[in-house]
Design a protein around this ligand. Structure first.
Ligand SMILES: C[S@@+](CC[C@H](N)C(=O)[O-])C[C@H]1O[C@@H](n2cnc3c(N)ncnc32)[C@H](O)[C@@H]1O
Length: 329
């Protein structure tokens, strides 16, 4: 969800669930917007955070939504707030504000934190739309990685996902090896320690994240002996900078908004104590917003590097065993 302009009521209904994500955003907004000019980037069908900000006493809320039909629904959602919310239709990167925002709220955090284009979109907002002392909600978004053993037979595409997959293919213009998330409890499938591969903070007190980034990380195999089949990548979100507020760890499955991405690498035997060297590369795709990813893993004694290339929209179709299995024709 979220990496392509494909949303439907099922997706927006999931955002309305009173879960960890909903509570964390609600609390962060309630504690910070009184008397402030607030910008909500990607307000969605129900303008959730814009409504929360207006109710918490924001001086004014500018809420931007790129999809015209969704912006129209958002306008209805704020109709009874006495004009304290202005819904602006279009991409945030093409909109100007007369008054710089003092609080910038967004939920364009991907299953891989940067996958929905947050680096490009929020860097633009920081440059053009926000005051220098702007407060950022979320404050920090990260992507973590760990090795995983996915049992044979666990690899089926959820039936309810099929129509959505077809719409993503239609949006891109053809089928391709799209990124896939694991449903159900995923933490128990890990066979290694976890490591941070990207950490994104937009606060003006530090330099903005680079659009393209290379990072390395080490994972240590913790299972006695395991058949590693790939990596999991998942996001952790510090919605508020307050140390007292709990970070959302999407591996825990406590929210319907996110799930871990499964990176298929082919089965490889690993042993307890093995050190796996991970190289992570994020580069902006030719749409200027959504990243392409390239991950390689060196496993002791395995010879060749295990490699995952995942362009946002330019990749091939049925190039991995997993995609051939899930998309047989
Ligand atoms: C993941 S949804 C979040 C919706 C709502 N804010 C929430 O948290 O429940 C992201 C929304 O942002 C919109 N969006 C993404 N990037 C945008 C951009 N650069 N400018 C305006 N809208 C954007 C999408 O169309 C979508 O409605």
């Amino acid at each position: 969800m979220g990496e392509y302009p494909v949303y439907d009521d099922g997706v927006y209904d999931a955002f309305d669930v009173r879960d960890e994500r909903f509570r964390a955003y609600g609390d962060a907004i309630a504690g910070s917007v009184a008397g402030k000019v607030v910008l909500d980037i990607g307000t969605g069908r129900d303008a959730l955070w814009a409504v929360a900000a207006a109710r918490a006493g924001a001086a004014h809320v500018y809420a931007i939504e790129r999809q015209p039909d969704v912006a129209a629904q958002a306008r209805s959602a704020v109709a009874d707030l006495g004009g304290r919310v202005t819904i602006l239709e279009g991409l945030s990167t093409g909109i100007d504000l007369l008054t710089p925002a003092q609080v910038c709220v967004s939920e364009i955090v991907g299953n891989i934190a940067s996958a929905e284009g947050a680096v490009a979109v929020l860097a633009d907002a920081r440059r053009r739309l926000c005051a220098a002392d702007c407060l950022w909600i979320p404050f920090r978004m990260q992507t973590w990685a760990a090795a995983v053993s996915l049992p044979e037979g666990a690899r089926t595409l959820a039936a309810e996902g099929r129509p959505y997959v077809d719409r993503v293919f239609a949006a891109v213009g053809r089928p391709f090896d799209l990124r896939l998330c694991l449903g159900g409890p995923a933490a128990e499938l890990l066979v290694s320690s976890a490591a941070l591969v990207e950490s994104l903070v937009f606060d003006h007190r530090r330099a903005p994240p680079d659009t393209d980034e290379v990072a390395s990380a080490q994972l240590t195999v913790e299972a006695a002996a395991a058949r590693m089949t790939g990596l999991l990548l998942w996001s952790r979100i510090a919605v508020s900078p307050a140390t007292s507020s709990r970070e959302i760890d999407t591996l825990s499955g406590g929210t319907r908004g996110w799930a871990p991405v499964y990176v298929p690498l082919g089965a490889t035997e690993v042993r307890s104590g093995d050190r796996l060297d991970v190289t992570w590369r994020r580069s902006t795709s030719d749409d200027g917003v959504h990243p392409d990813y390239h991950v390689s893993v060196a496993v002791p004694g395995a010879g060749e590097l295990l490699v995952w290339s995942s362009p946002h929209h330019g990749g091939g179709f049925r190039e991995t065993d997993l995609h051939r299995e899930l998309f047989p024709s």
